[in-house]
Write a protein that binds this ligand. Structure first.
Ligand code: GLU
Length: 280
């Protein structure tokens, strides 16, 4: 059994808020219970929205909370050649195709079916077309992928203090998902699957908003010959009384709280971690 390894994987497109703090603290707490470690991964594939100064601020905010991570901190922006090689491999196997469609074109051509994120399911307009000169994204050919890997798909869901559960995954509901964007040779889905494997992640602890994406990730892992980690998708953060934190508080930046004189210990307590996350 490899030793337990988790990751906290924020995108530096804004300041860290309480929702991030909860996820980071929960990762630390679960890692401690498993006698494992947590790595920090900066998910900065978006060259416009992700800024280096926000990455530095994020690392400082985490340190203020009492969370430090082994060096070197992994940055996805430095991994583009690896992502491109993975796309090349999928293209050589006929599993992706170039797509020039704009969001508006997709909306006009798509039916009513939506993917789990609420976006129109891609109608397949560009499937089978040659590689264009114009900027293009790369889409998974879901039908061919499922012909190659027919499933069934499942993964292990774990939760602290609860028995493991098998979750059935339905990747087809994502349709021909984007694996390479027009501006960078990856998408969140491709990069996260490659990096979880490359970093030897055994346990993924992340928000429930990404639970549906795991269905697609399990298929990509199968196609790429990568292991599937165990997953825990945590719910919305709650305050110490067990109430859901109000949306405004949840999105409160840690930096703003610090400026108001709130201490890191108070933030941890407020999120239900007390001071036990600080030992070890
Ligand atoms: N970068 C993603 C986010 O900030 C998290 C990705 C993940 O944990 O898989 O929402």
């Amino acid at each position: 059994m490899p030793s337990p390894r988790l990751r906290f994987a924020p995108s530096p497109n804004g300041r860290l808020h309480l929702g991030h703090a909860y996820s980071a603290l929960l990762n630390a707490e679960i890692a401690r219970a498993l006698h494992g470690e947590v790595l920090l991964r900066i998910e900065d594939i978006d060259p416009v929205r992700c800024r280096p100064d926000l990455t530095e601020a994020l690392i400082a905010d985490l340190a203020w909370l009492g969370l430090t991570y082994p060096d070197p901190v992994w940055r996805q922006s430095a991994r583009m050649s690896t992502y491109r090689a993975a796309l090349d491999g999928l293209w050589a196997r006929g599993l992706i195709y170039p797509c020039t469609c704009t969001r508006r074109e997709i909306q006009a051509a798509a039916g009513h079916t939506r993917d789990p994120d609420g976006a129109s399911l891609y109608p397949g307009t560009c499937r089978g077309r040659p590689v264009p000169d114009a900027p293009h994204a790369w889409r998974l050919d879901m039908k061919r992928a499922l012909a190659l890997c027919p499933g069934p798909f499942s993964y292990t869901a774990f939760a602290p203090g609860a028995p493991d559960a098998v979750r059935v995954a339905h990747p087809a509901r994502w349709g021909d998902a984007v694996l390479g964007r027009k501006d960078v040779p990856t998408s969140y889905h491709l990069a996260v699957v490659l990096d979880d494997a490359a970093q030897g992640i055994t346990h993924v602890v992340r928000g429930q908003d990404l639970e549906a994406a795991t269905d697609l990730h399990v298929l990509l892992q199968r196609l790429l010959g990568l292991p599937t980690p165990r997953y825990h998708h945590h719910g919305l953060i709650r305050d110490e009384a067990g109430e859901k934190l109000s949306k405004s508080l949840r999105s409160e930046a840690l930096a703003a709280l610090r400026e108001q004189g709130v201490s890191a210990g108070e933030v941890r307590a407020r999120l239900g971690f007390g001071d036990r996350t600080m030992s070890g």
